[in-house]
Design a binder for this molecule. Structure first.
Ligand code: GDP
Ligand code: MN
Length: 382
């Protein structure tokens, strides 16, 4: 789950990472009031779950409360990469002397947490990694050993921070970022920019915070932060139905059982020259009702032109899945072409069930590749 900047900063604050004081606003009037309360110049910041807000015109300075109201009028309703701005974070403006970058995420290959730090912050970190890789200091933390203060010093010295007070402040923030990462089961904690003010004060000017969905049960106060209005309605519906669903941008609906097989199915569709419309995982069970639920999710996406049903029966029984497909076809008016590939436990029974019922829009293919090719063809023809 991705958090908004203001929510991430709230968690930063709880572990002691310095942030600027701010207020949330949803109307220009509220933005003016927030600026009045904060006093002095403020920055009006679009709260959307995407980066690059500054470049898109979603971050603006305002010298006073009146200007804050004007800037809020400009930013509210703005579409930033498909995200409409409905909330603003009004923050006391900071003077910036330097912009650094600090993040903590996972290096899945190394099975360790990975720090990245550079004094070339503010811009795209991908650009720094590409153009001046030496400026980007990387350091991994062994989860069994945990974080050691010397690691913070290595990051700070490695990036060439010379000022003693800055070194100390950043080293403290590095440690606190690890606290936040562990305490809230984060997948990513990123501060870009981590600024140094002209007075030499270091603080987090931005926050990107992603919490592991599978750990949300341990953090009800974080789970509550979820913004139901901003969520994709289809993803919300899928969650309600306990279907793992990720929207993609193609036209072949993909339904598999198990994340590994479903990912491979996405690959095979791409290999066959098509573009998956989604990633939909039935999970290990795959009973008839699960199939009905998953199909009801996929068919709500108007971009889907054909469905590729890829089942490898282990615990899941192909005959049960076949019944689920027929039940779903009986319950909903579904005229999209469906290609099914069933293999594994009770595959023969499953195929026989489908062959006997022989719904007009259902085709059975013997292999994954053949099924993918057929699904891609049918989607293209639709
Ligand atoms: P992003 O574009 O979505 O990453 O949003 P940020 O919160 O990182 O803001 C983008 C840029 O706006 C920053 O890199 C700063 O240069 C600028 N900015 C943000 N807040 C302030 C502020 O309080 N004072 C000043 N002077 N600039 C700011
Ligand atoms: Mn930023």
């Amino acid at each position: 789950m991705d958090l908004y900047e203001y929510q991430g900063k709230e968690l930063f604050k709880r572990v002691g990472i310095p942030v600027s004081e701010g207020r949330l606003a949803t109307t220009p009037g509220e933005a003016r009031q927030a600026a009045e309360v904060l006093g002095g110049p403020v920055v009006v910041k679009a709260q959307v779950l995407t980066g690059g807000r500054g470049k898109a015109g979603g971050i603006k300075l305002a010298a006073n409360a009146h200007e804050a109201e004007e800037r809020a009028k400009e930013i509210l309703g703005l579409d930033i990469r498909g995200h409409v701005v409905r909330k603003l974070w009004i923050e006391r403006a900071s003077d910036i002397a330097k912009e650094y970058y600090l993040s903590l995420t996972f290096d899945r290959g190394a099975k360790q947490a990975l720090y990245m730090f550079t004094t070339q912050g503010g811009v795209d970190i991908e650009q720094v990694a590409e153009e001046s890789p030496d400026a980007l200091v990387q350091l991994r933390v062994d989860p069994l050993e945990g974080f050691h203060p010397w690691q913070a010093r290595r990051l700070v010295y490695g990036a060439g921070v010379a000022d003693r007070s800055e070194q100390n402040q950043i080293a403290a923030i590095v440690g606190k970022l690890h606290d936040a990462f562990v305490r809230f089961d984060a997948m990513l904690c990123e501060i870009n920019p981590l600024i140094v003010t002209p007075e030499g004060e270091v603080k987090a000017l931005d926050s990107k915070f992603t919490v592991d969905d599978n750990a949300l049960f341990r953090h009800p106060e974080v789970a509550e932060m979820r913004d139901l209005d901003a969520a994709d309605p289809l993803e919300a519906y899928a969650r309600e139905k306990h279907v793992t669903y990720v929207k993609l941008d193609g036209d072949v609906g993909v339904l598999g059982n198990g994340a590994g097989l479903t990912m491979s199915t996405v690959d095979v569709v791409t290999f066959a020259g098509g573009r998956p419309a989604n990633f939909c995982d039935l999970g290990g069970g795959g009973d008839a009702q699960g199939v009905v639920d998953a199909l009801s999710v996929i068919t709500r996406d108007p971009q889907v032109k054909a469905i590729f049903f890829n089942i490898f029966g282990g615990i899941t029984r192909c005959d049960e899945v076949a019944r689920g497909i027929l039940q779903a076809l009986g319950e909903m008016s579904l005229d999209l072409p469906i290609v099914a590939r069933l293999d594994g436990t009770n595959a023969e029974e499953g195929r026989t069930i489908l062959a006997e019922a022989a719904p007009a829009n259902l085709r059975v293919a013997p292999t994954m590749l053949e099924a993918a090719k057929l699904a891609v063809e049918l989607a293209a023809a639709a």
